[in-house]
Design a protein around this ligand. Sequence first.
Ligand SMILES: O=C(O)CCC(=O)C(=O)O
Ligand SMILES: [Fe+2]
Length: 163
Amino acid sequence: MLTELSKGLELEDQALKEAVGGDSLNLNLKINYYPPCPRPDVALGVVAHTDMSAMTILVPNDVPGLQILKDDLWINVDYVPNAIIVHIGDQIEILSNGIYKSVLHRSTVNKDKVRMSWPVFCSPPGDSVIGPLQQVVNEDNPPKYKAKMFKDYAYCKINKLPQ
Ligand SMILES: O=C(O)CCC(=O)C(=O)O
Ligand SMILES: [Fe+2]
C-alpha cells in the first residue's frame, strides 16, 4: 500500500515506507468494545478524530458503526465480510504535504448489539522526524506542516496542544 501511495506522489516506490521507518514501523493493536446503548441517537462510541498513525488497518465485527466525513457529510462505512478498512493517518498527510488526507472518522453505537473493532495503528518510531517530503514541496507548494519527531507529535495530539 505504501508503494502505491508513493507512486501516487510520483516518488520512488520505497519513499513512504522509508519515511515512516521502514521495517522499524511500529504496529499497535487496540481493541474497541462498544456495549449496546439504549440511546444511540445521542451517544457515540468514539468521537470524531483523525488517527495520528501513518496508516491504520482496521478489522470490525459485523455490526456497522464506523462513519467517515466526506464533503461535510457523515458516510456509513458498510460492513463487508472478510474486508479490512484502511485509514490514511496524520503522518501520511504530513509527508505528502496534504495531498493525502487523514480521514476524519467516528463510530456510532448500536441499540441491541455489541460492536467491536480491532484497529492496528502503523506508526513511525518515536524519534523519526516527520515533515513534508522535500520531493513534494516547491516554491508553489511550500510546506504546510512543521517537521517534528513522531513522539512529540503524539504528545501534542494526546494533550490537545498545538502542533
Ligand atoms: O471502531 C471503529 O470502527 C473506529 C475506532 C477508531 O477510530 C479508533 O480506535 O481510532
Ligand atoms: Fe480512529
